[in-house]
Design a protein around this ligand. Structure first.
Ligand SMILES: [Zn+2]
Ligand SMILES: [Zn+2]
Length: 745
């Protein structure tokens, strides 16, 4: 069926790379379970809920069966009710039962507390327990609440080390809900996986075996993620039975200005044109940009295209707003007074702005899950339009040419590694502080924890097991978002606020003096990097350039762990040591990426251990490419394009990955390409690349074959984080090598 839509004319143009319509879908429902407590049944009836979606009923049944589960259905499919139902049912049936809800952010916990309150089930006494909870309230909550909402950080430093205060709660703990579980990946996920194991252990000590109910965006490996996070198996509920309105999806590629150089028109310009066009047609539209600066520019350009009265119905929206300002914008949107909002993707998590007609994503937001969440704002009830405007980035351009990899293929997998010693050791210490560790804890903490115990300083072996012999509580020293305890604090000098942490191995390249640092979509300029105090002082920055560090990198192979014959060559995975020295940085114009200035830096080298996948091409695969510098340029270009596409297979940011290519490596004594985890110890990203090598290389061949540029461009072999500032890159050589590899498979 084809219908004409109000936006048809706007979407006619060469920029339209792909157009498809996801058809509307009827709900598949199940009756409310007979065993449901009357109080819960009545609360649902008051909300007009007399039946469940089939997946909600499946989740309820799985939870009744006593096991763990992970619900991984689409955006706005009623995942919340899927885990709330078994919990509320248990709380209504047993006044002693307790439940713990974990949210990655305070704002999401508040949203959930509000919706639980709206249900009005007297038996559910929900309370938020986080860093903002006043001390005098905390004790009361511990005694009164049977449903506690918190975040992993609070659980880690505020609850588990003080488990004596939570004895009653832990003894009666029936359910642990982990919402937005796909957020717990990489370094953060590896830490949270240990926090959850510590929770399981303490619960067991207090006599309970809680069930874990997880909810995640749709990912390729939901069951694996649940198991990696909790250490236990989980039933996967993924058959989405929620109704869906028809949704048109458009992939939009800014016009090619210079085919030879691969230069495209600005995505921001295209975004403002589409935003203005849709708003001008009366469509309520949200436009997501990666930075506040971009969102503001889109807002300004779109306003310029509209008459004054319509322009007045546009607003920018960003993370820095107070809750009152946010609610004001949300209210104006819901009431239809506002038609268009340009936002940073900080909005993406949770905050409810009602049903809109169109959603525009400017640049791929890094994961398909995030993109689907942004698109999920559009057309929940009526025919909606979702648009991805490509940036020049290689992955964006790949999606423009290979839409099924974005829209149909579910490959992106959330990865974490709780056993990374850089992550695990701190939690072994924290667990020993909480209670002596012995072999009985293998069941909850895992065998790796017992193996690490002798290596953790300040642990002492006693007759009761490994005990903490230090003075202070170790958990407070372990930030959940870093693998190195000696990270740099990033401090806003104008307010004194701590914005975040930069891990030592990345601090010199991201927060060196003069670097432009992005936080929650906002730009800051680094004024000073104090190497002794490990602190970067930054200030808000309005300039229109960004910075790229020039660095020298070396790797040495510490220990190959897996070596296999793959694609006609020797592919290895193992532990490596990476030494980097940042020697300069370039200022580059936001508008066109041109270099404005190169500034030398005097910084010490840093060395860190991590995991890598590496390969040594066979001589016949390099035939004709042996001469220098062609050999190096071919390997270097292959490394860049491989790194650009790894996020398709392992849910990560290309900034989480590093690479090195050399015509002669000291350890292999041959031309070698390395792709390594950018976080000390590694979090499983490189190993995923090793496991999926054939698919990964095949995708990369497709990328290079399809890019219209002549000799390499930002959309194929150039990398925004290249330490060599994109010198020595040969696209044709890389394509020759990777094609020969692919054909050997
Ligand atoms: Zn290209
Ligand atoms: Zn490079």
């Amino acid at each position: 069926m084809t219908t004409t839509a109000v936006w048809d004319e706007l979407l006619a143009g060469d920029e339209l790379a792909y157009l498809t319509t996801e058809s509307a879908r009827e709900a598949r429902t199940s009756p409310l379970p007979d065993s449901l407590q009357p109080a819960v049944r009545e609360a649902l009836a008051r909300r007009g809920i007399h039946e469940l979606y089939a997946h909600q009923a499946a989740a309820y049944a799985a939870a009744q069966g006593g096991g763990n589960l992970i619900v991984t259905t689409g955006t706005a499919s009623g995942k919340t009710l899927a885990f709330n139902l078994p919990v509320l049912d248990a709380l209504a049936a047993d006044r002693h039962a307790r439940a713990l809800y974990l949210y990655p952010t305070k704002a999401l916990a508040q949203d959930q507390a509000r919706s639980l309150g709206d249900l009005g089930i007297a038996a559910a006494r929900a309370a938020i327990y986080d860093g903002d909870t006043p001390t005098e309230r905390r004790r009361q909550i511990r005694g009164w609440a049977n449903l506690v909402l918190t975040n992993p950080d609070m659980l880690h430093i505020g609850v588990l080390p003080r488990h004596d205060l939570w004895g009653d709660f832990l003894h009666n703990l029936r359910f642990v809900v982990v919402d937005e579980a796909h957020v717990y990946r990489g370094v953060f996920g590896s830490h949270v996986a240990n926090v959850l194991r510590r929770l399981r252990r303490l619960a067991r000590i207090y006599g309970s075996e809680p069930q874990f109910l997880l909810a995640s965006a749709t990912i390729a490996n939901a069951g694996e993620l649940a198991c990696a996070l909790t250490g236990e198996e989980a039933t996967v509920v993924e058959d989405d039975a929620a109704p869906r309105a028809e949704r048109t999806i458009a992939l939009w590629n800014p016009p090619l200005l210079d085919a030879e150089l691969g230069l495209r028109a600005s995505a921001l310009g295209e975004a403002s044109r589409l935003l203005a066009g849709l708003v001008g047609r009366g469509q309520r539209t949200i436009c997501f940009a990666k930075s506040r600066k971009s969102a503001e520019l889109i807002h300004r350009f779109a306003s310029d295209r509209l008459d004054a009265a319509t322009a007045h119905r546009l607003a920018p929206y960003r993370a820095g707003y107070t809750p009152q300002q946010r609610r004001e914008i949300e209210r104006r949107l819901v009431e239809g007074d506002l038609l268009g909002v340009a936002s940073t993707d900080a909005l993406e998590l949770g905050i409810d702005i009602g049903d809109l007609d169109c959603a525009i994503s400017v640049g791929f937001p890094g994961t398909v899950a995030s993109l689907r969440q942004q698109w999920g704002r559009a057309g929940r009830r009526e025919h909606g339009l979702a648009i991805l405007i490509a940036s020049e980035d290689a992955l964006d351009q790949y999606f423009m040419r290979e839409p099924p990899t974005l829209l149909e293929r579910r490959v992106e997998a959330a990865i974490l590694d709780h056993a990374n010693p850089r992550v695990l050791d701190g939690h072994v210490a924290a667990a020993a502080f909480e209670a002596p560790i012995d072999d009985g804890d293998i069941a909850t903490l895992g065998p790796e924890a017992l193996e690490r115990a002798p290596h953790v300083p300040e642990l002492r072996q006693t007759a009761r097991g490994w005990v903490w012999a230090g003075k202070d509580a170790p958990a407070a020293r372990i930030p959940l978002r870093s693998t190195s305890p000696d990270s740099f604090l990033v401090v806003d000098a104008s307010t004194g606020d701590v914005l975040g942490l930069a891990e030592l191995e990345r601090a010199y390249s991201t927060v060196h003096e003069g670097a432009v640092y992005l936080h929650l979509g906002r730009q800051y300029l680094v004024r000073e990097l104090d190497l002794v105090a490990r602190r970067a002082l930054v200030e808000p920055f309005e300039g229109d350039w960004y910075t790229q560090a020039k660095k020298e990198t070396e790797t040495s192979i510490e220990e190959p762990l897996r070596v296999e014959r793959r694609l006609g060559l020797e592919l290895s995975f193992g532990r490596v040591s990476v030494t980097e020295q940042v020697v300069a940085y370039q200022k580059k114009a936001v508008a066109d990426g041109s270099t404005l200035d190169t500034v030398p830096l005097d910084l010490p080298p840093t060395t860190f251990d991590t995991e890598a996948a590496w390969f040594v091409p066979r001589p016949h695969q390099l035939e004709g490419l042996e001469a220098m510098p062609l050999l190096l340029s071919s390997l270097h270009a292959a490394e860049h394009s491989l790194i650009a596409l790894l996020p398709l297979w392992a849910m990560c940011d290309r900034w989480d990955i590093g690479g090195l290519s050399t015509n002669l490596h000291l350890d292999t004594r041959a031309p070698t390409v390395f792709v390594y985890d950018g976080h000390a110890g590694g979090v499983g990203i490189a190993e995923r690349g090793f496991d999926q090598f054939e698919g990964w290389v095949a995708d990369t061949v497709t990328l290079l074959e399809g890019c219209p540029c002549e000799r390499g461009c930002p959309s194929c072999v150039q990398s925004p984080k290249c330490g060599n500032l994109n010198e020595f890159l040969d696209k044709a050589g890389a394509l020759t090598l990777l094609t020969r590899m692919s054909n050997s498979g």
